[in-house]
Design a protein around this ligand. Structure first.
Ligand SMILES: [Zn+2]
Length: 176
C-alpha cells in the first residue's frame, strides 16, 4: 500500500496533537511516518503484531472514526469506546483528538517497546481534555470510578494508561 494512502486517511490533526504531547516520541514518530510503507516487523508492547493501516478494521462511535486490529481487539475497544461515549463523556469533546492505529513508534520512557497504537490495540479519547503521556487526574472522581468499574466488568482485558505510576497517560486505553 502506498504510504501516501496511509497519510491521507490518518486523522492527521489528532496525530499531531498526540506527538506534541508525547514529546519524547516525536522524533521517532516522525521518522517512522516519513519512512511509511510496510509496518515494522515485530510486535508492540502487549505482544500483538505491528500492522499497517490497511490491515485495520475501521469503525465509528458517535461519528468519530477508529482503526484497530481485526477481531478481539476491535470488539473490546469498540465496546469500551461506545460505553465511554455514553457514560463518561462524549468522545466528540475536543477537536479531532481521538486516536487509534498509528505508524509504529517507540514509547517513552524506556523506548524499548513499540506503542500499542502500532498494533491497532490502543485508543486515545479526548486528548485535548485529558492531556496524554504524563497526565493523570484529568477525570473527575466519579468518572474515574465508572471507568474502573467498567474495565473490571470486562475482566481486565483493557488497561487504562491513567493508572500507570511511571508515566501515566490519562486518555489512553489499550488491550492487555
Ligand atoms: Zn495513546
Amino acid at each position: 500500500m502506498p504510504s501516501s494512502h496511509s497519510r491521507s486517511t490518518l486523522p492527521t490533526r489528532s496525530l499531531r496533537t498526540h506527538l506534541l504531547v508525547a514529546g519524547s516520541a516525536l522524533v521517532v514518530g516522525c521518522a517512522s511516518i516519513l519512512g511509511a510503507g510496510a509496518a515494522a516487523a515485530g510486535t508492540s508492547q502487549n505482544g500483538y503484531p505491528l500492522i499497517t493501516q490497511a490491515q485495520t478494521t475501521q469503525w465509528a462511535v458517535n461519528g468519530v472514526n477508529f482503526w484497530t486490529a481485526p477481531g478481539k481487539p476491535t470488539e473490546l475497544l469498540r465496546e469500551f469506546v461506545t460505553w465511554f461515549d455514553a457514560n463518561v463523556e462524549p468522545i466528540t469533546l475536543g477537536n479531532g483528538d481521538d486516536w487509534s492505529w498509528a505508524e509504529p513508534a517507540l514509547v517513552p520512557p524506556t523506548n524499548t517497546a513499540y506503542s500499542n497504537h502500532g498494533s491497532g490495540t490502543a485508543v486515545d479519547l479526548n486528548l485535548e481534555i485529558h492531556g496524554g503521556q504524563g497526565f493523570s487526574g484529568t477525570f473527575t472522581p466519579e468518572q474515574t470510578g465508572k471507568i474502573r468499574a467498567k474495565l473490571a466488568s470486562m475482566g481486565g482485558q483493557i488497561v487504562w494508561g491513567g493508572e500507570w505510576s511511571n508515566l501515566p497517560d490519562d486518555p489512553h486505553f489499550e488491550v492487555r
